[in-house]
Design a protein around this ligand. Sequence first.
Ligand code: FPP
Length: 238
Amino acid sequence: MTTELKKLPQHIGFIIDGNGRWAKERGWPRTKGHEHGVKNLDVIIKECFYGYGIPIVSIYAFSTENWNRPQTELDCLFKYFTKYLKVNDFVKKYPHVRLNIMGDYTKFPAELVKNAKAVIEATKDETQFILNLGINYSGQDELVRAVNLMLGEKLAPTVDRATLQKYLYTADQPLLDLVVRTSGEQRLSNFMLWQVSYAELYFPKIYWPAFGKKDLAQALLEYQSRDRRFGAITAQDA
Ligand code: FPP
């Protein structure tokens, strides 16, 4: 079976779960799982953009709740984010990609913030692909932020969906078509609550570091087999 190019998602999201458990199964420290998780993230992002031509990829890399982890694990994650966001490497690694960060990344260590700002600036005119990176991100916070921004602008007393959408991190982007959460957990954990409204959800029982290109192909095949009705009925049921 091959994936039919015309039915590919235009916006795919990944909740990259199970790095710690993957490492534990091998008797390794959790941080080793994150190290492999980062490597795999690069492989899967490239496959989405340059292999399949999917224009928008969203990643849940660090939630607002993840601050509760031990400092050693946080330091390790921050180190990986900082490295991943080195501007020269990023633009070489991901041609034609605009980086859009979801979440208040200014709360991270200074070097990480500096790198993130540099990549945002360097990629701001790219139009072919978008990488939405959720760090210090929460879907509920994103909605609260949007409401506060609207209040600040003293809009009319009522707003519609299109207006609210403009105040999200993903303003002007299509909603998610497919969300993949690895590790077998079947929940969204505050990931892109607005954008996920009509997304297909896929929960492979594979830890993130082991989720390979073949598993991505399987996820896309599964997506293509789903009957997306967006609340309507299909012609044969009418
Ligand atoms: C939660 O599960 C996953 C995370 C906290 C994300 C891990 C983040 C990375 C691997 C960094 C990648 C991102 C970039 C941009 C460099 P868990 O992995 O802690 O595993 P567990 O649920 O098995 O404990």
